[in-house]
Ligand binder design. Sequence first.
Ligand code: CU
Length: 177
Amino acid sequence: MKILNITMAVAIATLVGATHPSIASAGTTIVKMVTDEASGDLIFEPAKINIQPGDTVVWVQADADNEHNVAAYSDKIPEGTSPFVSPMMGKAGDSWVMTFDAEGSYFYHCHPHEAAGMKGLIVVGRTSLPEEFRKPQDGDMSHAQHGDMEPMEMDKHQGDGKSMKMKMENDHGHQNN
Ligand SMILES: [Cu+2]
C-alpha cells in the first residue's frame, strides 16, 4: 500500500512537473478518499494538511465502494480565491489535482458524504482569520450542484457562464430587442 502510494506520488509529481516546470520544486501532498477500516466512516486521509503556497494537493480515490468528490465551502476559503469542485470520482485510482497559491484556510467536503462527516481542511502557509474568508457572491455554484458536476463542465470556467446566467435571470422578465 505504501509503495503504491509513493509510486503514485512520484508519477503524479513528474506529470505535474512536466506540464508546469515552475512548480516542479514545490511540494505535493496526497489526500486519500477512503473508508476508515476501524470505524467504517468515509474520510479524507489526512483530513487536515498544512502546505506552503505553490504546493499541490492530489486527491486519490482509494475506495472501491463509494463515489467521492472534493467541493470547497464557498464562504470558508480565503477572500480572493474561487470556490472549487472536482468531478465525481467513481472508481479507485481516480484522482484530482489542485495547486494552492494563496495563503489561508480552505475548508471542503465530499458532496455525497457531507452529512456523514466527510470533510477536510487545507491550510496554506497560515490559518485564516475569521474576517479573511470569502464572502458569498451572486453566481456562486449552489451547494446542491456540487454533486452534479461532469468532468466536461470542469474544463470550462464555470464561474463565467454561471454568473451570466444568474444575471439574465435576475433581470426583470424578458428584454425585448
Ligand atoms: Cu465521499
